[in-house]
Design a protein around this ligand. Structure first.
Ligand SMILES: *[C@@H]1O[C@H](CO)[C@@H](O)[C@H](O)[C@H]1NC(C)=O
Ligand SMILES: *[C@@H]1O[C@H](CO)[C@@H](O)[C@H](O)[C@H]1NC(C)=O
Ligand SMILES: *[C@@H]1O[C@H](CO)[C@@H](O)[C@H](O)[C@H]1NC(C)=O
Ligand SMILES: *[C@@H]1O[C@H](CO)[C@@H](O)[C@H](O)[C@H]1NC(C)=O
Ligand SMILES: *[C@@H]1O[C@H](CO)[C@@H](O)[C@H](O)[C@H]1NC(C)=O
Ligand SMILES: [Cu+2]
Length: 264
């Protein structure tokens, strides 16, 4: 009853109905729990829950105004599970991806502008097909989305991640208008993490697993073009029967695209 009342108040207080579908990422998740306060380890930006539509600007790295509000940096181990809270929820059909960029040697994550290369490390796209084809013919099912209304998601930080200071960039890509060029919506925030020795390293040794430089690395802007497959879709989203997310191959090699969210 109380919950209903609060939800109702929220709906009335929010100005336009479409904005209710929008979101941002203010909370970092490490190993099954939210760490710190909202925006403590996520760079605060000044774009509220407004999407970006131009992948060509530097604000595409960590969102508009993100450099002006330094936040803190959280120490994690290579091999930990990371995640983001979605405020309030993933409200459009689309995909959730994560990119990683290491600050140059000697530069703290909090001082890093994201001008280096970015590796794609996580991609959550459509939901598993349901196999409802009763007559067994070739007719393809339309896609539904694994991201539908998620309020958080988690993914592994590879045990091969070299120690260092990183930006971890959550990128939500909403496809409801993406059949029109320049109208895909991007929701972006960056967490600041310091990767310390991996979980299984013995002292003085480089680990139970081998470190590997993340890659391929692409710059932002430059990583996406407005007409890339997956940014521009060939038909209205509700008619899609196949979908390829934009971005370079996932790192480390062999990382699979996900079709079921791992929420908190
Ligand atoms: C982004 O830059 C590319 C290359 O210069 C250009 O072709 C494209 O039109 C630009 N896209 C937008 C949305 O500005
Ligand atoms: C957000 O920050 C950017 C960069 O400092 C600035 O250009 C822009 O005017 C700011 N926007 C708002 C709404 O404050
Ligand atoms: C869907 O159908 C394919 C082909 O018949 C089969 O290999 C697969 O196991 C089915 N998946 C589910 C979830 O039933
Ligand atoms: C660490 O090594 C142990 C023993 O080889 C293994 O059982 C465990 O799964 C490893 N843990 C991680 C996080 O890699
Ligand atoms: C993917 O979807 C598009 C648009 O509906 C369609 O033209 C194309 O044939 C599909 N490709 C495959 C491999 O199914
Ligand atoms: Cu929208």
């Amino acid at each position: 009853m109380l919950f209903k009342t609060l939800a109702g108040a929220f709906a009335i207080a929010s100005s336009a109905p479409t904005v209710l579908a929008h979101w941002t990422y203010s909370r970092l998740i490490v190993n099954d729990e939210v760490v710190g306060e909202p925006w403590q380890y996520i760079r605060r930006h000044n774009n509220s829950n407004t999407p970006l539509t131009n992948p060509n600007g530097t604000e595409f790295r960590c969102n508009a105004g993100a450099q002006q509000q330094p936040s803190e940096t959280y120490a994690v181990r290579a091999g930990d599970e990371l995640g983001f809270g979605v405020d309030e929820h993933f409200g459009h059909p689309g995909v959730q991806q994560v990119y990683l960029s290491r600050a140059p040697s000697g530069v703290a994550a909090a001082d890093y502008d994201g001008s280096g290369g970015w590796a794609r490390v996580y991609s959550l796209t459509y939901a598993p097909p349901t196999n409802s084809s009763s007559d067994g013919d070739e007719e393809k099912e339309v896609l539904t989305w694994a991201t539908d209304n998620i309020q958080s998601f988690r993914f592994p930080l590879s045990a091969a991640t070299p120690p260092g200071e990183y930006l971890v960039r959550a990128e939500g890509l909403a496809l409801h208008a993406a059949h029109k060029r320049g109208e895909a919506q991007f929701y972006v925030s960056c967490a600041q993490v310091r990767v310390v020795a991996g979980g299984n390293e013995t002292e003085g040794e480089v680990g139970g697993g081998e470190e590997e430089e993340p890659g391929p690395l692409l710059p932002i802007p430059g990583m996406y073009r407005g007409d890339d497959p997956g940014v521009l879709i060939p038909v209205f989203w509700s008619y899609l029967t196949n979908y390829t997310a934009p971005g370079p191959p996932l790192w480390p090699g062999g990382t699979l695209e996900q079709h079921v969210p791992k929420e908190l």
